[in-house]
Design a protein around this ligand. Structure first.
Ligand code: SF4
Length: 338
């Protein structure tokens, strides 16, 4: 067990955790909302530092990151636990394991072993993903520092609810992030996720300010966050932040506690993509619609296909010196040798 980073002892054996915006006040013997940080005699310990529940090689496109070293492999790890309780979670078996089953499982892997494995697998990056990396921050931070020293990039796939303290702590070694912006309604965040919208919006702005490469994902759920008005506001927020931010609009499939809902109609995803472009975003991608033409990256200036994809596979890549080879338009992203 490892003592946690970013917490404060408040006296009388109570501690306050500063890793995420819940800022849990935790009494002696109790755990925070994420279920993986425990107060033991006035000290806060992480229960997952040496418990990796998932470790896989994924295409970077699966994160999804479409403007970040396309076609490369990302060594992807997770522990159990999450600071959200999304009713539609696609990885609820591991993210909600501590709260739903009061269990914490995982395999011992040190940060050095994770980095060695990533190098051995010829990965270009390590992704902290599947569950919420903020709740295994100590493992992510220690690993990211070692990985950066080996020339690997580090990626957070996150709900964006980390505290500004933790974001600023990891940012020198954080090269890319895909952040879920799950809706543009505080009510949705409260009722569906057990969280709030505002800290996520603030962190998106901070990531842009810090220069971390940012892509955003929204899972569209029928009847819950698919109104054109809400999607328009969300897209406008992103476009105001930076019109170069790629926006991934993902199709919902019935799962976990929302298994009685229908899958999102493809037309809803296409309409949301149009709203994204109308708001001024330059790169908008439909997700969970393999084979859809919109998966490709097009030059926003001349319309040339720059990256041809099928699902998570890159079939053709024509960006040259970070520019469109046809009209010379600069294409934002982290490209090879950049
Ligand atoms: S990481 Fe967030 S949810 Fe977990 S104990 Fe800390 S403040 Fe609470």
């Amino acid at each position: 067990m490892k003592e946690g980073y970013l917490y404060e002892n408040l006296g009388q054996d109570r501690v306050r955790c500063f890793l995420c915006n819940h800022r849990c006040l935790i009494k002696e013997g109790a755990r925070g909302i994420c279920g993986v940080r425990e107060n033991q005699s006035g000290k806060l310990f992480t229960l997952v530092y040496d418990k990796v529940i998932a470790a896989h090689i994924d295409p970077i496109e699966k994160k999804p990151l479409f403007h970040f070293l396309p076609g490369t492999r990302s060594y992807s790890i997770a522990t159990v636990g999450c600071n959200f309780s999304c009713l539609f979670c696609q990885n609820a078996d591991i993210s909600q394991m501590p709260s739903d089953h009061h269990r914490i499982y995982g395999e011992k892997m040190t940060p050095r072993e994770i980095v060695q494995k990533a190098v051995h697998e010829h990965a270009a990056s390590i992704s902290f993903t599947y569950t919420e990396p903020t709740i295994f921050f100590e493992l992510a931070l220690d690993t990211a520092k070692l990985a950066a020293g080996e020339g690997l990039k580090n990626i957070f796939v996150s709900n964006g609810y980390m505290s500004e303290d933790s974001l600023r702590e990891i940012h020198p070694d954080l090269h890319g992030a895909n952040i879920d912006l799950k809706a543009y309604s505080d009510r949705f965040y409260k009722e569906q996720c057990g969280a709030r919208l505002e800290p996520v919006l603030k962190n998106l702005a901070t990531l842009v300010e810090l220069g971390v490469w940012l892509e955003v994902t929204t899972l569209i759920i029928p009847g819950l966050n698919d109104s054109p008005g809400e999607l328009k506001s969300l897209a406008r927020f992103l476009a105001d932040l930076n019109p170069d931010i790629p926006w991934h609009i993902s199709r919902f499939h019935p799962t976990y506690r929302l298994s009685d809902l229908q899958a999102t109609p493809a037309e809803t995803i296409h309409r949301a993509c149009e709203l994204g472009y109308e708001a001024g975003l330059k790169y908008v991608y439909p997700g969970n619609l393999p084979g859809d033409k919109g998966e490709n990256t097009f030059c926003p200036s001349c319309g040339k296909t720059l990256i041809d994809r099928f699902g998570f596979q890159v079939q053709e890549y024509t960006i040259l010196n970070r520019r469109c080879p046809q009209c010379g338009e600069a294409i934002p992203g982290v490209w090879e040798n950049s």
